[in-house]
Design a protein around this ligand. Structure first.
Ligand SMILES: Nc1ncnc2c1ncn2[C@@H]1O[C@H](COP(=O)(O)OP(=O)(O)OP(=O)(O)O)[C@@H](O)[C@H]1O
Ligand SMILES: Nc1ncnc2c1ncn2[C@@H]1O[C@H](COP(=O)(O)OP(=O)(O)OP(=O)(O)O)[C@@H](O)[C@H]1O
Ligand SMILES: [Mg+2]
Ligand SMILES: [Mg+2]
Lengths: 227, 227
């Protein structure tokens, strides 16, 4: 499903070049559950943004479902992002002026889901993350962990084939975090590919494989027996 | 230093009342290092915002350094927040259009630090959190954990007597998180009072005392031997 070769991303800041990601070769097959770990600033979110077709690499190639992403048109990319990928952002990126429910409905609106189906599907996604009683709150009326869970519900509402989650339990207490991991494991059991960035060993142990980054480079790729 | 009685905060959302914090009696003496824990949505950030004089309670009282906070004028509150309290927000609250360095200088500007002293003090604070080489980046040019550390540096730059940190290691890998906790422990050793919200047991073990919240109520207050 995911195949990158020498994937590279550089940023220019003033007179400096930041090598945020350098020469990453990553292969993830459909149905895998993979964890990405590494120190702060080591390139994890940069990598995730490239895998999610939210950004373009400076060099190297990325084949998603067999198609080279750089050859896709703007419309094709938008369709892939909406229909095939669910993305949980490290800083949530919720719409500030609208309710949790409407935030979760957004991917359904973009994907042309019939209007009568949107609310029940959004309510189901919010219930799955324990927020049925917070549907009408705006982000400013939610706790940090509640905002994170709205972002998770929004990523799942369109039944994506690939879930990319950047630190999805970072703002959650241990028990709520484990409930979310149980949900991800259940979705993975139905065939959804899950790639998640985490710094918590408690979360990484659910994965079948751990990719470790350091200073923009992929330094190890180890299988493990998930718990 | 901190003394609350029946501290209560309610929010009205549509036809509902959310009892975000109910009847909290909290006493924290100068020089303590206290951890606050509890499930997502249990009232931790609500409590921190009240302790940081960023919000006013619906009922109950809060004495900070012997003065009832509700009796302070707007100017007195602003002075307390700037001179005595350093606050690390759960969602960082950095100024998006300006550099890390300028973000950290803001409390010095508000506090009338002489212009020639601001840059060296801000640089020192950023170096203490490992970000000397990211001073000129704006928040959009920083990783999640780097933004969190800019927020920490900003909270420390004015040498506050009280540090309130809401999930200060939430976006950090384990090792960087331990470096930040070592920094907090060192500051606490010089007499700074530290109150931090965390969901990570690895972080809570640095505290001398743990306050636990559930459904807006303080349910336990236990001393422990810090490591
Ligand atoms: N401005 C607001 N309006 C309405 N409800 C609010 C508001 N702010 C917080 N709440 C509600 O109050 C409760 C407590 O929120 P708070 O942010 O204190 O939780 P928390 O313990 O910090 O959670 P987390 O660990 O997820 O950050 C939550 O259920 C939240 O939905
Ligand atoms: N838009 C940008 N412009 C310049 N530099 C950037 C930009 N985005 C990221 N960087 C830099 O690239 C490096 C990698 O950033 P990235 O966000 O991928 O790290 P990360 O591994 O996700 O870190 P964290 O665990 O702290 O979230 C960092 O050092 C960061 O400062
Ligand atoms: Mg990141
Ligand atoms: Mg909170």
């Amino acid at each position: 499903m995911i195949e990158t070769q020498s994937l590279t991303k550089d940023y220019v800041v003033g007179a400096d070049v930041v090598h945020a990601l350098a020469d990453a070769d990553i292969r993830i097959d459909a149905g895998e559950l993979v964890a990405i770990m590494g120190p702060s600033g080591s390139g994890k979110s940069t990598c995730m943004n490239l895998l999610g077709c939210l950004d373009t690499p400076s060099a190297g190639s990325y084949h998603f479902d067999g198609v080279e992403v750089s050859s896709m048109s703007t419309d094709q990319l938008a369709a892939v992002r909406n229909e095939k990928i669910g993305f949980v952002f490290q800083s949530f990126n919720l719409l500030g002026r609208t309710s949790a429910l409407h935030n979760v409905e957004m991917p359904l609106i973009y994907g042309n889901t019939p209007a009568r189906d949107r609310r029940p599907r959004a309510v189901a996604a919010l219930s799955a993350v324990g927020l049925a009683d917070r549907m009408d709150h705006t982000p400013a009326q939610l706790s940090g962990g509640q905002m994170q869970r709205v972002a998770i519900a929004r990523a799942l509402v369109n039944d994506p084939a690939l879930l990319l989650a950047d630190e999805p339990t970072g703002a959650l207490d241990t028990r709520t975090g484990l409930e979310i991991m149980a949900l991800f494991q259940k979705l993975n059991g139905t065939g959804i590919t899950v790639v998640l960035v985490t710094h918590e060993p408690e979360v990484a142990r659910f994965a079948q494989r751990i990719l470790r980054f350091r200073d923009g480079r992929l330094v190890s790729d180890q299988g493990q027996t998930p718990e």
